[in-house]
Ligand binder design. Structure first.
Ligand code: HEM
Ligand code: HEM
Length: 176
């Protein structure tokens, strides 16, 4: 399996990033779901502690994935339609924007933040920066649920392309 993408299939790096992030996102939505629906239960306590560090990891991974996509832009399998191209672009926008603004809110909240023991934010010593918290307070949850909705749509579209005789089966580009 070639490391880089080609016109008819995604290479190893793109596949590892795609499926690895898909698995991590399942966990991220379990923690978000537990926070939304099962607050103050043992389930929330189990999952919620991982939400911020995992969100940070997803942020690092989407930056690497976007850079890899740019490097491979001229060799990637062509989008099957304008809708598919825009849908994939929207994934990148949401996967960058959702954690980026959450991290900005985290910084503005003024408390230290050490995902996986990495001293990313030292805290502001009791200070808070209001404007940094506004975008995520307004949109973080909604944008997160929109992302989940789009993932469901993405899976449905892959299945439809696979079934319909007059459409390109795109699954072999990313799997197998
Ligand atoms: C791709 C990454 C992320 C996704 C998909 C995501 C998704 C979500 C979703 C769907 C909710 C709503 C839960 C509810 O309705 O109660 C939520 C809440 C929350 N997330 Fe994230 N999140 C991500 C990254 C982060 C990061 C990096 C941080 C902080 C460093 C963070 C902090 C929070 C906090 C504090 C809440 C509760 C307050 C709120 O709803 O805005 N998230 N997240
Ligand atoms: C869970 C979160 C998921 C996200 C955020 C996501 C996102 C993306 C993105 C952005 C692409 C474009 C290629 C790239 O830049 O990597 C893509 C391609 C693809 N995804 Fe996903 N995906 C997810 C899950 C899945 C699942 C569960 C399936 C299985 C049905 C799937 C099947 C595919 C296929 C077959 C392609 C190639 C499509 C084509 O070449 O037109 N994805 N995905």
């Amino acid at each position: 399996m070639p490391i880089q993408d080609s016109n008819d299939r995604y290479g190893t790096v793109s596949r590892v990033l795609h499926w690895g992030m898909a698995l991590l996102l399942v966990w991220q939505f379990l923690s978000a779901g537990a926070h939304a629906l099962l607050s103050d239960t043992a389930v929330e306590e189990f999952f919620w502690g991982t939400h911020k560090p995992l969100g940070f990891l997803l942020f690092v991974l989407i930056i690497l994935r976007a850079l890899w996509a740019l490097i491979n832009l001229s060799r990637r399998p062509p989008s099957v339609s304008l809708a598919a191209r825009l849908g994939h672009l929207a994934f990148y926008a949401l996967l960058l924007g959702i954690p980026a603004f959450a991290l900005l809110r985290q910084y503005g909240g003024g408390k230290p933040f050490e995902p996986f023991g990495i001293p990313l934010m030292g805290g502001l010593g009791g200070e808070e920066i209001e404007w940094m918290q506004v975008p995520a307070n307004l949109f973080h949850g909604w944008a997160g649920w929109l992302l989940l909705l789009m993932i469901v749509g993405h899976i449905v579209m892959v299945a439809r392309h696979r079934k319909a005789a007059d459409q390109t089966d795109v699954l072999p580009r990313m799997w197998g």
